[in-house]
Design a protein around this ligand. Structure first.
Ligand code: ATP
Ligand code: MG
Length: 676
């Protein structure tokens, strides 16, 4: 097809336009594991073979090896109620017991569970024995507030030890928690409290962020205040942690200080043993592509896969590793890879309250050095921010303790991957690019660090026990070298059990696109080796003159130019080509001024358009390139392209309630008064 041939407009996931995603970017670098690493790794190639030989037997073995059951299960999977799975259903267990008590019983009570570091520099060390006492006290306190098994508790807290304690205390009494990110507005909080029908909200006076105390309790007060048209709140009590000592409004009879009732509660508590399918938590997706969904996870299967993936993907050695995941607990990564996975495995972790650039841009690396962190897990958005800040910052700290690096949240551009490897990983540390979703509960596609020869920008292979495929519109597996849609072809233990209160939306969203296959909503391709590359959201796929282009590949091409720090690409309606590629770019620090004059901006446009043409071909050349100071991102650091599409098409900007910084859209609009 030629560039000017007219075509149908937007690519729809349900549409029948045939060529699947085009394969544009050619990245051929690969880094096999060192012999030393492979020799000591938890996972070998035999793990794939074992899962291949007997998938359900493999999962049953993981569940028995990694989890302590109060009543053993006899059936591994019941898929008769598909798409709602039941895993290990006749077994009984308790997630908090698995995460804490059993390590103390095994003689590891003195092991550090958390090295907590507050943003202002205050620290606290919590051993497993201390964690057990604290979780038990909190469980007794929640019980005293009337919370019993099955009641929902909303947790709205900063990154504190108490946040982990609150989640585990809920799990201990069988009360599903719903963690709401501490930066969300009162409105977002109100709708989540109402949707879950929560009985108690756990919050704090405030937390430290960006060098100051930031209040939390006022948002809870507002969320619980009567509002016209809104149903009366189900919340009976608000449990308040004191952190910043900010002044708080107080509702007598409803509000209770954590230190008043938790500190004085008994530190003895018998966990409530629940069935494997008992709800463990509800968590809302980040809302990158639409209205957030309340994803429901249950206990046994979730815990099994969280522990399994954490052990093998990160090669965790609980006796010697210091593990740090920089995610917030309000995001699924914080649930699975700060709370449930690592603690179930008995890991020692760093827990950091604040932002990476407070009080200076080397704060993270300073903490890696201080605690001799060995395993580090973060998001591409953070890596790109560090690239923008400069190589000299990580270079001034000793990062030699690091031995595994992880990435999650978005496709990682090859350029950012290489930077991570060179400047954080000393040129040799394996990187695991982990693909998964709130819905999948745990990692699904990722290299294994002692086995896989890693490729910059690719999540590569489904983990042992997981079945993923890239298919075309007719659900046929695409050949190597082609693109399509990512699907999961077999149920997995930590899969969601539905959308809270809306089984129909569950069916409709994930199971209606293809008969019997889970539709992830992400575009993907298989390279010549059959390795999987994620190409961004299906909702974001562009259709330019009949060519279906992925956002990810064009963004990666832009980021590979030395003047670009970050890029977001969208398809905007176009009369001749159906859609046209529009790119929003942030320039690297030393080049930031180049677009401030009209001539400069025109030169930047030309340079970048030519660069994309050279890297991946003329079809992908952006029609417009807009230099912006920031990009709209969710709290979990994902770019919200739908808002940029609104700008590119001159529309009113849509729902931005889950943006990390609500002023970003104004800043972008202000800078674009006269777009080229
Ligand atoms: P919503 O579904 O409400 O739009 P969301 O999908 O952003 O929200 P999450 O569940 O946090 O909410 O994000 C999962 C998505 O993140 C995946 O579907 C995928 O698009 C992206 N993602 C996560 N990890 C990776 C990765 N390693 N590579 C590529 N994409 C990733
Ligand atoms: Mg999603």
């Amino acid at each position: 097809m030629t560039e000017t041939q007219p075509t149908t407009p937007a690519a729809q996931p349900g549409g029948s336009s045939s060529p699947s995603l085009e394969n544009l970017l050619h990245e051929t670098r690969a880094f096999p594991p060192s012999a030393e690493f492979a020799a000591q790794a938890n996972a070998g190639a035999d793990l794939y073979a074992a899962a291949q030989a007997d998938r359900l037997g493999f999962w049953a073995q993981q569940a028995n090896d990694l989890i302590t059951w109060q009543t053993p299960f006899t059936e591994t999977l019941d898929w008769s109620g598909a798409p709602v799975a039941r895993w290990f259903a006749d077994g009984k267990l308790n997630a908090a017991y698995n995460a804490v008590d059993r390590h103390v019983e095994a003689g590891h009570g003195d092991r550090v569970a958390f090295h907590f570091e507050g943003e202002p520099g205050d620290t606290r060390t919590v051993t497993y024995a201390e964690l057990q006492r604290e979780v038990s006290r909190a469980a007794n306190a929640l019980t005293a507030l009337g919370v019993t098994s099955g009641d929902r508790v909303v947790v709205y807290l900063p990154m504190l030890v108490e946040s982990v304690v609150a989640m585990l205390a809920c799990a201990r009494i069988g009360a599903p928690h719903s963690v709401v990110f501490g930066g969300f507005s009162a409105d977002a909080l109100r709708s989540r409290i109402a949707d879950a029908g929560a009985k108690v909200v756990v919050t704090a006076d405030g937390g430290y962020r960006k060098g100051g105390a930031s209040a939390l309790k006022p948002a809870v007060d507002e969320a619980l205040a009567p509002k016209e048209g809104a149903p009366a709140t189900t919340v009976e009590h608000v449990l308040v942690v004191r952190r910043t000592e900010q002044e708080v409004a107080w509702t007598e009879g409803r509000d209770v200080w954590w230190h008043d009732i938790v500190d004085s509660a008994s530190d003895q508590h018998e966990p409530v043993w629940v069935e494997a399918e008992h709800p463990l938590f509800i968590l809302y997706t980040s809302g990158t592509t639409g209205k957030p969904k309340g994803i429901l996870h249950t206990t046994g299967g979730y815990l099994t896969q969280a522990a399994y993936t954490h052990r093998y993907v990160f090669d965790l050695k609980p006796e010697s590793d210091v593990y740090w995941c920089t995610a917030d607990i309000g995001w699924v990564t914080g649930h699975s890879y700060i709370v449930y996975g690592p603690l179930t495995n008995g890991a020692t972790q760093v827990l950091y309250e604040g932002t990476p650039d407070t009080p200076h841009k080397g704060r993270w690396w300073e903490l890696v050095q201080k605690y001799s962190v060995t395993i580090f897990y973060t998001a591409p958005t953070a890596i790109r921010a560090c690239m923008k800040w400069g190589d000299d910052i990580p270079a001034s700290f000793d990062l030699s303790s690091l031995r595994v690096l992880g990435s999650v949240g978005e496709p990682i551009n090859p350029e950012a991957w290489m930077w991570y490897r060179e400047h954080i990983g000393g040129g040799s540390v394996p990187i695991v690019d982990t693909w998964w979703q709130t819905e999948t509960g745990a990692i699904m596609i990722s290299p294994l660090p002692g086995v896989t020869a890693t490729k910059p920008g690719s999540a590569q292979v489904a983990l042992p026990g997981i079945s993923a495929e890239v298919v075309d519109d007719e659900a046929r597996a695409v050949p190597n070298g082609s693109g399509g849609y990512l699907v999961l072809t077999e149920p997995w233990p930590s899969m969601l059990r539905g959308i809270w209160g809306d089984l129909e939306r569950y069916q409709e969203t994930y199971w209606s696109r293809y008969e019997g296959l889970y539709f992830a909503g992400d575009g993907a391709k298989k390279d010549e080796d059959g390795d999987i590359w994620l190409l961004g959201r299906v909702d974001d796929v562009m259709n330019v003159s009949g060519h279906r282009l992925s956002t990810t590949e064009i963004e990666s091409a832009l980021v590979s130019n030395e003047i670009v720090a970050e890029a977001a690409v969208v398809g905007a309606a176009d009369e001749t080509t159906g859609q046209a590629v529009v790119a929003f770019v942030i320039l690297r620090g030393e080049h930031a001024d180049r677009a401030s004059s009209d001539d400069g901006a025109a030169a930047v446009q030309t340079e970048l358009r030519n660069h994309v043409a050279k890297e991946i071909g003329p079809i992908a050349k952006p029609k417009r390139i807009l230099v912006v100071p920031e990009l709209p991102k969710t709290r979990s650091g994902k770019i919200m392209r739908r808002l940029l599409r609104d700008i590119a098409e001159d529309r009113q900007v849509g729902d931005a309630t889950t943006l990390a910084d609500s002023t970003v859209m104004d800043k972008i609009a202000a800078g674009l008064k006269a777009p080229a």
